[in-house]
Design a protein around this ligand. Structure first.
Ligand code: DSN
Length: 423
């Protein structure tokens, strides 16, 4: 029996992914091996618990798979403890909150409207409903994190947890400064590196594990693995303050985090996804992946420079990583319209709030762009000017249907010959 409807739709989605230009900063194309592990018979197995400590029989093979995933992740990031079971980045963050905080405790995160993430204290998310959330943002002039403001709020509010990391921030983070502030107010530091994880693993950006007590990441963005999350720590991190970090001891903090993942917030782990995570971590330790990350970074840099040349306003004036946030107010277009116009020519982006936005989250003044996915398809630096030109021509001729149709054909011709994934 074959489900014709669903498999026809999967083919339709494959055509969409193949013919268009994917610029959503959080997306990527996983390797055939990652996808094969994800679509494997590992989906048949229940394995509540941890390797060697399960609540079900028959776990001897999945134990080896999960342990390999843990070991490879630790090697990739130089971590000494990891949990690879979170089903997503949001779940990873929820587990950290459950392990480290009591309901009502104060947290301090990066403002969602400045580029932060829902799970860092937004009022519509569990993190803002269960905890008392405070926020820092970017400096209006520089578009960069305002560490002085962060320090001021931390000293005033004395949060239990300071969260760094973002969904739409193109600059590197000063983890050392954040840890110094956290020490002064006796807070734990969580770095959510979901977006730049691959660049951190390949040492193209500062290393949060040097200074942050706990690090979470998704595995499907720059890391290019299956959809999922992980939690990590490194044992040089000592914490005398965290009320629930028993004895300042990494081992007992690890036990608290393990228990927060399961049975705290999740049931059985997805061993097929954990197997695919292990495949992706192995790939991320290769020189080909390091080269890929360097190309993602240089493609983003070239793209931001070319957009600036065409009069686009990039928040903070450029990028250190794979993404950039464009304030479209100087072009008299809002984010919603830009997303729709680019969608007509099969360039996929997402509308995004810009710092100090004057539009609502449903309209927004900006779009976010990232180069991880197109670089996986083999887009090299010489092709970036053409992509920037196609973006600009679409936005500038948005009411000219003929022009949009020509651009769409150009995009299909450029992208269709490229495989979905190539090293
Ligand atoms: N939705 C992800 C992103 O686009 O950045 C974050 O969860």
């Amino acid at each position: 029996m074959r489900d014709k409807e669903i498999f026809a739709l999967i083919e339709e989605e494959k055509t969409r992914q193949t013919t268009g230009i994917e610029l959503i900063a959080s997306e990527n194309y996983a390797s055939p091996e990652v996808i094969s592990a994800m679509g494997s018979i590992l989906t048949n197995k229940y394995a509540e618990g941890l390797p060697g400590k399960r609540y079900y029989g028959g776990c001897e093979v999945v134990d080896k798979i999960e342990q390999l995933a843990i070991d490879r992740l630790c090697k990739l990031f130089g971590a000494t403890w990891a949990n690879v079971q979170p089903h997503s980045g949001a779940q990873a963050n929820a587990a950290v909150f459950l392990a480290c905080l009591n309901a009502g405790d104060k947290i301090l995160g990066f403002d969602l409207s400045h580029g932060g993430h829902l799970t860092h204290g937004s009022p519509v998310n569990f993190s803002g409903k269960l905890y008392e959330a405070h926020f820092y943002g970017v400096n209006k002039e520089t578009g960069r994190i305002d560490y002085d403001q962060l320090e001021k709020i931390a000293k005033k509010e004395r949060p239990k947890l300071i969260i760094c990391g973002a969904s739409a921030y193109s600059r590197d983070w000063d983890y050392q400064r954040i840890r110094k502030i956290a020490n002064e107010v006796e807070a734990l530091v969580l770095a959510d590196i979901s977006h730049p994880a691959g660049m951190i693993a390949t040492k193209l950006l500062n290393d949060p594990l040097d200074f942050c007590h706990i690090v979470t990441t998704t595995t499907h963005k720059t890391l290019r693995g299956p959809r999922g999350g992980v939690i990590m720590m490194r044992d040089n991190i000592k914490n005398p303050f965290g009320l629930r970090w028993k004895n300042g001891n990494l081992k007992s903090m690890g036990a608290l985090l393990d228990a927060a993942v399961f049975p705290g917030i999740q049931g059985g782990p997805l061993e097929r996804v954990i197997g695919a995570k292990a495949v992706a971590f192995n790939e991320a330790m290769s020189t080909q992946y390091s080269d890929y990350m360097k190309r993602v970074k240089s493609n983003a840099k070239i793209m931001s420079e070319l957009l600036i040349e065409k009069g686009y306003d990039i928040i903070s004036g450029g990028t250190d990583n794979h993404c950039m946030l464009i304030d479209l107010r100087s072009k008299n277009i809002n984010g919603k319209d830009a997303e729709e116009i680019l969608g007509k020519v099969d360039i996929t982006v997402n509308k995004n709030m810009v710092p100090f936005d004057t539009e609502s989250p449903f309209v927004t003044s900006g779009i976010r762009i990232g180069t991880a996915a197109i670089t996986s398809r083999g887009i090299h630096s010489e092709m970036i000017p053409q992509i920037v030109s196609m973006i600009d021509r679409s936005l500038m001729n948005s009411t000219n249907e003929k022009s949009l149709s020509d651009i769409k054909s150009e995009i299909h011709e450029t992208m269709s010959p490229l495989p979905l994934f190539q090293w």
